[in-house]
Design a protein around this ligand. Structure first.
Ligand code: AMP
Ligand code: ZN
Length: 112
């Protein structure tokens, strides 16, 4: 946990957020500035700043993030039309929040 981290605050409940998924390791919630009709963030409860900070022991957690995203894609009805799973890494890769997270985006018309 990091006191300064906005996603740690969300996970702790310090910032009111409606979770669309919540278990002992992972939460998911809607992005506050959606870039697509469906835009969710899948976030591990463990504070890991970036992909570059991952180590071998995090492999099951990252795998589980993909599986949670898969389930959410189905829940939100975009599993068949298709979706993107995106992890931005470091500032040059577009990362703004330094608590690792996966974007699930989809729901475009015409399956664009
Ligand atoms: P990234 O650029 O990959 O670090 O993505 C960070 C994402 O977090 C952006 O898409 C923001 O819109 C989103 N975000 C920031 N603060 C919040 C918040 N309080 N609730 C939901 N999403 C947020
Ligand atoms: Zn954090």
């Amino acid at each position: 946990m990091s006191d300064e981290c906005i996603f740690c605050k969300i996970i702790k409940g310090d910032i009111e957020t409606q979770f669309v998924y919540d278990d002992d390791e992972i939460v998911a919630f809607k992005d506050i500035h959606p870039q697509a009709p469906i835009h969710l963030l899948v976030v591990p409860k463990k504070h890991i700043p970036t992909v570059n900070a991952l180590d071998e022991s995090d492999a099951p957690l990252i795998g589980k993030m993909v599986l949670v995203a898969k389930g959410l894609a189905k829940d939100f009805g975009v599993n068949e039309s298709g979706y993107r799973l995106i992890i931005n890494v470091e500032r040059g890769g577009g990362q703004l929040v330094f608590h690792i997270h996966m974007h699930l985006v989809g729901g475009w018309e015409n399956d664009k």
